[in-house]
Write a protein of this length. Structure first.
Length: 258
């Protein structure tokens, strides 16, 4: 009987190799970013790898903007006078080239291979930032947009981040209030006005926050950081919990519009 089981497991291993071999013949592994065929299936070709820019470690800790090494961790000139509501801001990548393509593919075409590769590559840095005590809060999207796309991208990001860092996500705590027009269609001033009252906490938020560890921090998670208005107003709602509030985005534009 044991011999038969060993034989069967050898057979299924051989079968798996055969299926994988056939799959590679039919669909050679391609770069997840530019689709170019690859010899090894590590997901990213050398050209794209060179174009993927990590958001530098030398930043203003408060707002996350780039700073010369000698001035990091800030505060930067802007934060000296107008700091955002969050205590810290971190981004993983610059919104550029293959990173931008991967995010657009994910959001517009539902193809998440590139984004998953980017998150996997960032796991060592993520583990240094986020601890298992922390709670991840996806930036809530307006209901009309979620109905239209059927997806909540920030919530999906939180789910992946929670799995790789051992932390938890909580989608109920931070809420969107009312309906607002799409942020991307608005200027910086209009964005801020639009977002000023866009976020709130759920009514029973104390029951959620009181159950957390005394070391817990809240992380507001979004896909792209542009002017910082969305993060600031979401953080302004979240600081009512009296917990430290940090912001994490997958990518960040170099645009300083706020
Ligand atoms: Zn490529
Ligand atoms: Zn700053």
């Amino acid at each position: 009987m044991t011999g038969m089981l060993v034989g069967m497991s050898e057979l299924s291993t051989k079968l798996a190799h055969m299926v994988n071999g056939a799959r590679h013949l039919l669909f050679p592994p391609g770069c997840l970013f530019c689709r170019k065929a690859l010899d090894e299936s590590d997901g990213c070709c050398p050209d794209c790898l060179q174009e993927i820019l990590i958001w530098p470690a030398s930043t203003c800790l408060r707002c996350g903007s780039m700073l010369p090494l000698a001035l990091a961790p800030g505060p930067c000139g802007h934060c000296l006078h107008h700091p955002p509501a969050q205590q810290q801001t971190h981004s993983l990548y610059q919104y550029h080239g293959p990173v931008r393509d991967a995010i657009l593919n994910w959001k517009l075409a539902g193809q998440d291979g590139g984004v998953r590769w980017l998150l996997q590559a960032a796991v060592p840095s993520l583990k240094q930032l986020i601890t298992p005590d922390d709670l991840l809060l996806p930036i809530p999207a307006p209901l009309s947009r979620m109905r239209k796309s059927g997806q909540h991208h920030a919530a999906n990001l939180c789910r992946w981040l929670a799995t790789s860092t051992g932390s938890r996500m909580e989608w109920r705590l931070l809420r969107r209030i009312g309906e607002q027009p799409r942020q991307s269609a608005l200027s910086g001033v209009a964005r801020r006005k639009n977002l000023c009252k866009a976020f709130g906490l759920c009514d029973d938020y104390p029951s959620i926050t009181q159950a957390l560890s005394p070391h817990a921090r809240l992380w507001i998670v979004d896909d792209i950081f542009t002017t910082g208005s969305t993060a600031h107003y979401a953080a302004r709602a979240a600081i009512k919990t009296k917990l430290p509030v940090h912001v994490l985005t997958l990518a960040r534009t170099q645009h300083q519009g706020s």
